[in-house]
Design a protein around this ligand. Structure first.
Ligand SMILES: Cc1cc2nc3c(=O)[nH]c(=O)nc-3n(C[C@H](O)[C@H](O)[C@H](O)COP(=O)(O)O)c2cc1C
Ligand code: SF4
Length: 420
């Protein structure tokens, strides 16, 4: 039996999230106090040594990012560093950040202040999706309490370090969760992506060095500072230490979230924490990572859920979303709703994605209507999504290939037969 292991969801459901005193009584802001006794470089070193990887989806090394941002030279005369927390959480099937923001908001705010100190940021923004009204209210309340107790604002705990954090409410665009698009939106512009490089660490918000991290990533930082790198690296796997919040939905008896060590298997997540496939049905597939994710079949049930193991098997961990499908569910229908989602969320700025998302849907509808040779049509879908992956301007247009390719690899037998 695998046990839950709570770092980012620590104390969720156990303390009153509206009370800073409850947070303080559970050891809250001790990591910040310790941080302020250390040099910023020591915090950067600790995060790098911990092996923490971004929990927003890409799994990029948080240590490298924080190091690059801290070392980046400002390109403008008036130099200012920023920290931005990505709380947009738009990936279908993903609701992990909401759990932290609603259940223990001071934890990620404390992590954000520590990360800000490490890169000497003077100003921070939390970008939250507008639909998350409770997360917004809880975060707003926590920020006010932190300010009142001297954990935020000028001369934090008389350390000489000052930081202000403001909230920005998103307007419901999936693309605005992509870091560079988010920065455009924060600057008050339309949510169109920027070309990378330059990366935010070098030229981010208002052209200044910017550290941008996901809520869950930041929620790991206080524990790393308090318990140390050795403690953290003992959890999870060698290349992906720590824990991950997985959100279980679809045909699972007990939908919800679970935080477990990286490397837990899909079977453990579904059977042990999710209570098995709902209604006593049989497992057919899981969509891992949401719409920008991959279908995996039964043979993946004992694969370890961590970035590199999944990548080696042409699957992704992404945001940690696990959407379970029983045998009575259609892969073709799920693929259809994923492609509709991308068509709807495409910003239209570049041709491969604007036209490609439309064409993928047309092809799938032709197949559903049995108006084409299915095998040929699916080969055309794959070619189309490969072109999109190679030529689209931003990662949104590069994402449909994941679902299309994994559906074809593992479920071609189902896709090619007429299921109507
Ligand atoms: C289309 C798209 C949407 C994204 N949405 C989110 C999101 O809602 N939340 C998030 O944290 N990261 C999202 N990301 C990933 C971010 O671009 C970025 O990698 C992340 O904020 C970095 O933080 P981390 O290093 O802590 O993971 C998205 C990426 C893409 C391409
Ligand atoms: S890939 Fe899609 S979402 Fe990204 S810029 Fe092009 S049209 Fe917009």
């Amino acid at each position: 039996m695998v046990a839950e292991c709570r770092i980012a969801t620590k104390n969720v459901g156990r303390i009153n999230p509206e009370s800073i005193d409850d947070y303080l009584a559970s050891g809250g802001y001790e990591a910040l106090k310790k941080t302020l006794q250390l040099k910023p470089e020591e915090i950067v070193f600790a995060i790098a040594k911990s092996g923490l990887r971004g929990r927003g989806g890409a799994g990029f090394s948080s240590g490298m990012k924080i190091k690059f941002t801290g070392e980046a030279t400002c390109q403008l005369l008036e130099c200012m560093r920023f920290i931005v927390c990505n709380a947009d959480e738009g990936e279908p099937g993903t609701f992990k950040d909401r759990i932290i923001m609603e259940g223990n908001p001071h934890l990620y705010i404390e992590g954000m202040i520590i990360a800000a100190y490490a890169v000497s940021a003077e100003k921070g923004y939390i970008y939250i999706r507008g639909e998350y009204t409770k997360s917004i209210a809880m975060t707003r309340m926590a920020l006010a309490q932190a300010r009142e107790r001297g954990f935020l604002g000028s001369d934090i705990l008389k350390s000489g370090y000052s930081l202000n954090i403001d909230l920005k409410i998103g307007a419901g665009s999936y693309l605005c969760g992509e870091e560079l698009t988010l920065l455009e939106s924060l600057e008050g512009k339309r949510g169109y992506p920027r070309i990378k490089p330059p990366y935010p660490a070098e030229k981010g918000l208002f052209g200044q060095p910017t550290l941008i991290n996901n809520v869950e990533t930041l929620a790991h930082i206080p524990a790393i500072i308090i318990h140390g790198v050795d403690w953290y690296t003992r959890l999870g796997s060698k290349k992906s230490p720590g824990t991950k919040i997985f959100t279980l939905s679809g045909d699972v008896a007990l939908p919800g979230y679970v935080e477990a060590e990286m490397g837990v298997t899909l079977r453990e997540l579904i059977d042990q924490f999710g209570g098995g496939v709902s209604g006593g049905k049989k497992f057919k597939a899981a969509l891992l990572g949401g719409a920008a994710g991959t279908f995996v079949p039964e043979s993946y049930l004992d694969v370890h859920m961590e970035y590199d193991t999944l990548q080696a098997k042409d699957a992704v961990l992404g945001s940690g979303a696990v959407i379970v499908m029983a045998t009575d569910k259609s892969i073709r229908e799920m693929l259809n709703s994923i492609l509709r989602f991308f068509q709807h969320e495409s910003c239209g700025k570049c041709v491969p994605c604007r036209v490609g998302t439309q064409q993928l849907l047309i092809l799938l509808e032709q197949i559903n209507g049995a108006r084409r040779d299915k095998e040929k049509a699916f080969a055309e879908m794959l070619r189309q999504s490969e072109i999109m992956a190679k030529t689209s301007l931003c990662p949104l247009g590069q994402s449909p290939i994941l679902a299309v390719k994994s559906a074809l690899t593992h479920f071609s037998h189902e896709l090619y037969v007429d299921m109507r």
